[in-house]
Design a binder for this molecule. Structure first.
Ligand SMILES: [Zn+2]
Length: 235
């Protein structure tokens, strides 16, 4: 292959390596964003569950207070009826009814007291928890915004790099391109490898001294005896 063709392929290779790097970066940024989105969903869910719990407790309290007030009404009615009855057994029956209402009322008092204490404990905990959740959610939202910005920057850069590649490909003849694409399947993204400290950066093997001297002396492009990649020392 002619030297100019290889130099063009080297440019394509650099672009392909850049595309690969950008795609890797994009995947990482997306994973980070998704991780934070899941975390944010968890924070929001905890907020909602605190609100739900509070509504549930206050609902229970309301219904206990309603029951108490009904029971107090019933007690009052029984007491009024007791004033009106003449017969002994009726009076005794009402007395039992009265005692039953009083028992229920007492029990409701205790239940309400219990629940009120529970609610106040819950509120204390919730008051402590809400600001933490709010701050965490704000932090996460900011981080997500930043990651979306970064994502868009990388997407744009990828688009531009791919456009550069399209343009460059037009200047490369078909046979070279076919060679490049086939070699890519075999070698990965490094098809034309730089020699560093006498070692092929494509396969990691040391090249013979004679070959190394030639590369240094002539700035030529050769093939690596170990892997077959095109190699150069300086272009
Ligand atoms: Zn090699």
């Amino acid at each position: 292959m002619r030297r100019e063709e290889i130099l063009r392929l080297l440019k394509i290779q650099e672009i392909d390596q850049e595309i690969e790097r950008l795609e890797r970066h994009l995947r990482k940024v997306r994973e980070e964003r998704e991780r934070r989105e899941r975390e944010l969903a968890g924070v929001c869910e905890e907020e909602t569950s605190l609100e739900r719990k509070e509504a549930e407790l206050t609902g229970k309290l309301r219904s206990l207070r309603e029951k108490l007030s009904e029971e107090e009404d019933l007690l009052e009615k029984t007491e009024r009826r007791m004033l009106a009855v003449r017969k002994d057994h009726e009076y005794r029956a009402l007395l039992r009814e009265k005692a039953k209402h009083e028992d229920t009322i007492l029990k409701l008092f205790y239940d309400i007291e219990d629940l009120e204490r529970k609610i106040s404990e819950f509120r204390e905990e919730a008051e402590r928890r809400y600001p933490l959740l709010k701050r965490k959610a704000e932090e996460l939202r900011e981080e997500i915004e930043e990651l979306i910005d970064e994502e868009n920057t990388v997407i744009n850069r990828l688009k531009n790099t791919k456009e550069d590649r399209e343009k460059l490909i037009e200047s490369i003849d078909e046979a070279s391109l076919r060679f490049y694409n086939e070699a890519k399947g075999r070698f990965g993204t490094t098809i034309i490898a730089k020699i560093e400290e006498g070692v092929c950066t494509g396969c990691g093997m040391k090249i013979p001294d004679v070959l190394f001297s030639k590369l240094v002396r002539e700035n030529s492009i050769e093939r690596c005896p170990s892997c077959g990649r095109y190699i150069y020392y300086r272009l």
